[in-house]
Design a protein around this ligand. Structure first.
Ligand SMILES: [Zn+2]
Length: 293
């Protein structure tokens, strides 16, 4: 046991510096969507590939949710980040092309959306490399950002994404400001744009026999999200969402998405920007231009 539980903090990165947001903004909102599509379900159980109702939860993204979300973002003049697994880019290429046409950012989100397991380095490398290859071949994208599928990452993966040239990762949940990852080999890693765990729509809005939970209505979810936005604005930090089109793109959830954007925009001093812009701004502020180019 002593071998696998080191007596030191899991994250060795020094505290996040306090840097100003651009143009006098008080805080930042990275509106990020994880476009798992059907891979959310095949990653739970490969046999789901033949279970058409289960698969249809993910298929809803390409048929309805993403076009609807793109239309909304266009009307709101907002650029978002879509974290896309290689599987999604391969199976739903046209959907991803539509994101790019609208000027949104596409980030890396694994390939088959398999959960990174620290004991399985070959699988983590394959997920990362296959995802990169498909994003490049199908969409011409070399992603700046990475978000770990199934909300898990590890030291090996922090080193791997740094060595593959990623600018930023948005996976860890231990800060309210961007900071620089520091893998165990002591060589600084990607910029981390920390995730706000309370902004994962799956836990409020999707239930299935393989992913069972209670649903929460708009007033309940917005009371949580409003408080976090308001307080984060006071703190001068950033929020990075984990929205899934198969959740927030359902009619009942769409109203919550609309309220969330309206609340953040209402202040006029919350910077809503894709991850690449937030990372580039932060890099410039701390004198890291090269990393953000
Ligand atoms: Zn995901």
């Amino acid at each position: 046991m002593a071998d696998i539980i080191p007596l030191r903090p899991a994250n060795l990165a020094p505290p996040a510096p306090v840097v100003p947001w651009p143009r006098g903004m008080r805080s930042a909102l990275l509106l990020a969507f994880d476009v798992d599509a059907e891979s959310a379900w095949t990653a739970l159980d490969p046999e789901n590939a033949g279970r058409l109702v289960t698969m249809s939860y993910g298929g809803y993204e390409a048929r309805v949710a993403v076009p609807k979300i793109l239309e909304f973002l266009r009307a709101q003049d907002i650029k978002a980040t879509f974290f896309v697994p290689g599987w999604t880019a391969e199976a739903h290429t046209a959907m991803c092309e539509a994101m790019l046409r609208d000027g949104h950012e596409i980030g890396h989100h694994g390939c088959l959306h398999l959960r990174p397991e620290p004991a399985n380095e070959p699988q983590m490398r394959e997920e990362l490399e296959r995802g990169l290859e498909i994003l490049k071949r199908r969409l011409g994208v070399t992603p700046a950002g990475y978000r770990a599928p199934f909300a898990e990452t590890c030291d090996f993966l922090l080193r791997l994404i740094r060595d593959k040239g990623f600018v930023y990762s948005s996976s860890l949940r231990d800060d309210v400001r961007p900071y620089r990852n520091l893998p165990s080999d002591g060589i600084p890693g990607t910029i981390e744009l920390p995730v706000s765990p309370n902004f994962d729509d799956w836990q409020f809005g999707l239930t299935h026999r393989q992913s069972p939970r209670s649903l929460f209505g708009r007033e309940h979810v917005m009371s949580i999200w409003r408080d976090e936005i308001d307080e984060m604005r006071e703190w001068g930090g950033m929020i990075s969402t984990v929205l899934h089109p198969q959740v927030s793109g359902r009619p009942i959830r769409f109203r919550i998405l609309r309220d969330l954007v309206a609340h953040a925009k209402g202040y006029g001093d919350i910077w809503i920007a894709p991850g690449r812009d937030i990372a580039a701004h932060w890099a410039r502020q701390v004198g890291l231009e090269a990393a953000a180019e």
